[in-house]
Structure formats: structure tokens, C-alpha cells
Design a protein around this ligand. Structure first.
Ligand SMILES: Cc1cc2nc3c(=O)[nH]c(=O)nc-3n(C[C@H](O)[C@H](O)[C@H](O)COP(=O)(O)O)c2cc1C
Length: 380
């Protein structure tokens, strides 16, 4: 269990932390979307969307918008107001989150025995930033499709930021979840893992160094700070971003110990203590898993997101906890040297890219991260 001190200090700091939520009194329930998603929906598109919005996505921005077209089509857009320009300057990670969304949509359509025909970037691939053009046009057809057992894991899947303990997942198990992750990827990609030896040690160090670098990069740090939702009231109001809650958090907030300026101040002693709480998570990670692609087109980023969603679901089915650790993969100038190191260590030369890096192991159960709910994503 987290100590209260850790609850208050550590959660505040962590660049990418979005700890679990318990149900919330007053205001909309941030965890409602996780309970029986799509129950009672007769329109298969709404059923599929209710699952798709449970996808992992950077900083929990949930930047997904859809337009219903006719009776069986959906046009899928990114909400350009919900990008992360400091930590994700080319929207690569946001696109990965869109891929995860599409994978969950697809799994839900299959669950009803139908097929989702997904045409990516029908008006062209937006580069170097995403724009108002659609990410995908989806048509649901009656062509029979097989159900995928990963569907059952959608509501159980979590990003787990707790310490994982010493038990190391065995190589065969990691290979099995990697294979399930990569199934059906339209673009070629590889999913690899390491659970011992020199490479794991180097990745542990790299993960930590990059986390610390982000903390010391004002624009990147502030992007996170501005998305922190402190306490139940703020969480219920926003139902996105980096949620922190708990009795001590409410108390610290009331006392003025936790607010935007304390969080923004990297010299604040509590803030620094909080940062250091994340160190062992990186340095003692039992295993790392990563996804590499031979190029970095938008379609490839979507494929990487679909694969990551599947990997996370497959891990869930096997009782494994997973936690992306993305800082070293980010493309802002202050991260360049560590980014180059990541590509070297993980063998992604030239056009190739490491799209995801995550720590994996056995962790305690964590609760669901907030969601804004289906209707927030449907554009008239
Ligand atoms: C491309 C991508 C990058 C991510 N990077 C991080 C990260 O560096 N650190 C982290 O704690 N979570 C990371 N996440 C996980 C998201 O923060 C998480 O999916 C989101 O908060 C929603 O929580 P959930 O996965 O439990 O539903 C990443 C997710 C994606 C898709």
C-alpha cells in the first residue's frame, strides 16, 4: 500500500502518473464508463465506441471524436484541442492512442460477430502534426468475424503505476503476450522483451534518466502539471488527465500544500521527494517490453497503438501488470540524446522507431482511470 506521504507527495510529481480512482460522490462518476460499457445499446457503433473509449492513451487526454454517418458508418477524428505539444511534438503518441481506440472498437464489433472495415486517413496522412482530417473512416458490415478472447479483458485492463515486486515474468510468457499483441498488425512491427542481463539494466537506467530529464524540462513538466486533477471535485469535473485523489490529497489541497505552483516548482522539497519515489519503479523493473516499427508513418503509428492495446490486454489475461515508460521515446530537443540512446539500445536504426516501451511485472490491483463518457466523443 502507498503510505499517506507517498500518496500526497509522489503522485503529485510523476510526469505521467494517473493513479487509480475510486468512485466519487458528487458530480459525474469518473469510473462509470468502465461498468458494463455499451449495455442496452442497440446501435452497434455506440456499443463499440463505449469500449473504444477505454483505450490506453497518453496523459489520458481521450482526444477522440466521432461522427455517425448513415446507419453503419463512423468518421473518426482527433480532437486537436487535446494534443500534447510539449511532450509529443509530432503527435506520434496521440496517434498511438488512436490506434488503441481503433483496436478496442474492432474487438467490440467482432464480439457481435460483425466486421469493422477501417480505412485509415482517407483524406491523406497529416504531417508533421495531426489536423482536422479524419484518422479513419469505419464501416460496419455483416461479414462474419471471429470473436477474440481479448475482448473480455477490456474492462479489466489498467495502466499500473505501482511497484511490481521482485517476481520476474518468464520469457515464454512474455513471448506469448507479444505474439498476441502483434497478431493482425497491418504494418510489420516487432514486440520484444527483456527480463534480465545487461540490456535490462541499461533500460532501467535509461527509463529513470529520461523521467528525470522530463522533470527538468520546463515545458514538458508544465504540460503534465497543467493536466493534474487534484482531488475528487476536480477529477469529477474533468474526468481526464492525471488524476490524484485520496484523503491525504484532499487534506493537503485544503492546506494549500498542493496546488499548481507547488507542483510546478521543481525545487520544492516535497516535489523533489515525490520525484524520487518514482526512481525504484524504473530501476527495479522486473522486465521491459517494447514495440519497434520499421518506419514512422501515421499508419504505422496506428498499428503500433493497436498492438500495444492488444499487448496490454493479453498481459491482463495472464495476470501481468504493465506501465508504459515513454519519456525516452519523446521527440523534443531536450530529450534528443536519451532518445538516440533508446533507439540504439533497442536497435531501431534509420527510419525505424521504438514506438512503446513499458515496464512489466506483477503488481497489486489498481482501479480504473477516469473516462469522460461516450457522449463526450460524439460530434453532431
Ligand atoms: C502512447 C502512450 C504513451 C504512454 N506513456 C505513459 C508514460 O510514459 N507513463 C505512464 O505512466 N503512462 C503512460 N501511458 C499510459 C496512459 O497514461 C494511460 O493509458 C492513461 O492514463 C489511461 O489510463 P488507463 O490505461 O489505466 O486506462 C501511455 C499510454 C500511451 C497510449
Amino acid at each position: 500500500m502507498r503510505s499517506n506521504r507517498r500518496e500526497v507527495m509522489a503522485l503529485l510529481m510523476a510526469g505521467a502518473a494517473a493513479p487509480a480512482l475510486s468512485s466519487c460522490t458528487g458530480g459525474p462518476d469518473p469510473a462509470a464508463a468502465w461498468r458494463a460499457p455499451g449495455a442496452g445499446e442497440s446501435d452497434l457503433r455506440r456499443f463499440a465506441l463505449a469500449h473504444a473509449i477505454l483505450a490506453p492513451n497518453p496523459h489520458n487526454r481521450q482526444p477522440w471524436l466521432v461522427e455517425m454517418v448513415g446507419d453503419d458508418e463512423v468518421r473518426f477524428f482527433v480532437d486537436v484541442e487535446r494534443l500534447l505539444p510539449a511532450t509529443d511534438p509530432f503527435d506520434r503518441q496521440i496517434t498511438i492512442g488512436c490506434g488503441a481506440f481503433l483496436e478496442l472498437f474492432d474487438l467490440a464489433v467482432r464480439q457481435r460477430g460483425k466486421t469493422a472495415e477501417i480505412a485509415l486517413f482517407p483524406d491523406g496522412e497529416p504531417q508533421p502534426r495531426l489536423d482536422q482530417r479524419p484518422i479513419a473512416h469505419i464501416r460496419i458490415t455483416d461479414a462474419a468475424a471471429e470473436r477474440d478472447p481479448l475482448f473480455d479483458q477490456i474492462v479489466r485492463r489498467r495502466t499500473n503505476r505501482e511497484p511490481f515486486g521482485e517476481r520476474v515474468p518468464d520469457a515464454a510468457l512474455l513471448a506469448r503476450i507479444a505474439a498476441l499483441g502483434a497478431i493482425g498488425a497491418a504494418q510489420s512491427l516487432t514486440i520484444e522483451s527483456v527480463q534480465g542481463g545487461a540490456l535490462r539494466d541499461e533500460l532501467r537506467r535509461l527509463a529513470w534518466d529520461a523521467f528525470e530529464r522530463e522533470f527538468r524540462t520546463p515545458a514538458a513538466h508544465m504540460e503534465t502539471v497543467n493536466l493534474i486533477r487534484v482531488g475528487r471535485k476536480e477529477i469529477a469535473e474533468h474526468r481526464d488527465g492525471i488524476a490524484i485523489e485520496g484523503g491525504m490529497v484532499e487534506f493537503a489541497k485544503m492546506l494549500g500544500m498542493v496546488n499548481r505552483s507547488t507542483l510546478a516548482d521543481i525545487d520544492n522539497s516535497q516535489t523533489r521527494d515525490g520525484l524520487m519515489e518514482w526512481r525504484p519503479l524504473a530501476l527495479e523493473a522486473p522486465a521491459y517490453v517494447w514495440i519497434t516499427t520499421p518506419d514512422n508513418t501515421r499508419a504505422t503509428q496506428i498499428a503500433a497503438g493497436r498492438a500495444y492495446a492488444r499487448l496490454n490486454l493479453a498481459a491482463t489475461a495472464e495476470g501481468l501488470a504493465m506501465h508504459p515508460w515513454s519519456q525516452a521515446l519523446q521527440e523534443y530537443p531536450e530529450m534528443a540524446a536519451l532518445h538516440a540512446q533508446a533507439e540504439r539500445l533497442l536497435d531501431a536504426p534509420g527510419e525505424a522507431r521504438v514506438q512503446m516501451l513499458a515496464r512489466v511485472g506483477y503488481g497489486p490491483e489498481v482501479k480504473a482511470a477516469p473516462r469522460r463518457g461516450l457522449d463526450a466523443h460524439i460530434r453532431a
